[in-house]
Design a protein around this ligand. Structure first.
Ligand SMILES: [Co+2]
Length: 321
């Protein structure tokens, strides 16, 4: 749920990234998606503890520095992240041809309420639904609507929950029915990019090392990365420092090093065509300019004393803990 507006980034990346867009986009074997009808926001019962923006519309003041969390803060965050991972797993198992993205919204919403959590996207900066669903040429922040999923679609479901006073954030792009070879390859590389980005995390590593590793892998496979879609620090706030870039972007800030107790998301958007995009009139839906497909995978991670922990990882036999 975060797009960087750093103008300097746009400027610096322009030349190097446009060069990498060499591949022709072949005739699509998938549907190009346009927004459908959005149902009313789902209701949250009174007993669910809500983040401040859901009550007042105001976001908490942004921290200036990445936060080092205490053991008890980490334990709260771990609980919400575990639930986000569990809900994403439940959604993934239910996805099938003919299901609308509004139905996905319904599942995520109900799972949140059942587990005493608030669906973080709902009312965040005015977002109208409980989850983001982004299909095919929609790169991120898609609004669930009445369009039924088609055989061959790819759909990203971005689940964020607010539980125990903490936000947990994770997403995955799922194949619907039989996806063509190019789409399968895109999903594989997208998944690998997240894993590679997580792999470089440890105390002492620079934040920019994440983007360097991810973009190198994506480019080697012939794909691009949307520079402005960035990961973020997370805690009692949905989005905070540090900004996590998924491209090769070196500044004083991105050269800062990771320290134990820091928690943030990694969530690269990988495209099969150009990384250029536009935001539709609804103010949210971000689509690729050339209508090519993109995928996104996301985890919330914790820097530990010795490495990194994936807080939103789904662990099957740990379901009820
Ligand atoms: Co996120």
């Amino acid at each position: 749920m975060r797009v960087s507006s750093t103008p300097v980034l746009l400027h610096r990346l322009k030349s190097s990234f446009l060069k990498s867009v060499g591949r022709d986009v072949v005739k699509p074997t998938y549907s190009i998606v346009t927004p459908g009808r959005v149902s009313p926001a789902r209701l949250v019962p009174d007993h669910i503890v809500k983040p401040s923006y859901a009550m007042t519309g105001e976001l908490p003041e942004r921290l200036l520095e990445p936060e080092i969390k205490t053991a008890s803060e980490i334990s709260g965050l771990r609980t919400s992240c575990r639930l986000a991972g569990k809900i994403l797993n439940t959604v993934g198992k239910s996805i099938k041809v003919g299901m609308t993205t509004d139905a996905i919204d319904g599942i995520v919403h109900e799972e949140c309420i059942k587990n005493n959590a608030y669906p973080s996207p709902l009312t965040y900066k005015g977002f109208p639904k409980s989850v983001c669903t982004s299909v095919n040429n929609v790169a991120c922040h898609g609004i669930p609507d009445d369009r039924p999923l088609e055989n061959g679609d790819i759909v990203n479901v971005d689940v964020s929950v607010y539980l125990c006073g903490y936000h947990g954030d994770t997403s995955e792009t799922f194949a619907v029915g039989k996806v063509d070879k190019a789409g399968q390859q895109l999903l594989r590389v997208g998944r690998e990019c997240l894993a590679i980005g997580i792999d470089v995390c440890r105390p002492g590593a620079r934040f920019c090392d994440i983007g360097i590793a991810i973009s190198e892998h994506a480019h080697a496979a012939g794909f691009t990365v949307i520079p402005q879609i960035i990961g973020h620090g997370i805690g009692t706030y949905f989005h905070g420092p540090p900004d996590i870039f998924h491209v090769d972007y070196i500044t004083k800030e991105t050269e800062e090093v990771m320290r134990p107790g820091m928690t943030f998301t990694i969530e690269p958007v990988i495209c099969e065509g150009s990384e250029r995009y536009k935001v539709l009139a609804d103010g949210w839906t971000l689509v690729t300019l050339d209508n090519s497909r993109s995928c996104q995978f996301e985890h919330t991670v914790l820097i530990t004393d010795t490495g990194v922990n994936i807080l939103t990882k789904y662990i099957a036999n740990n379901e009820e803990t």
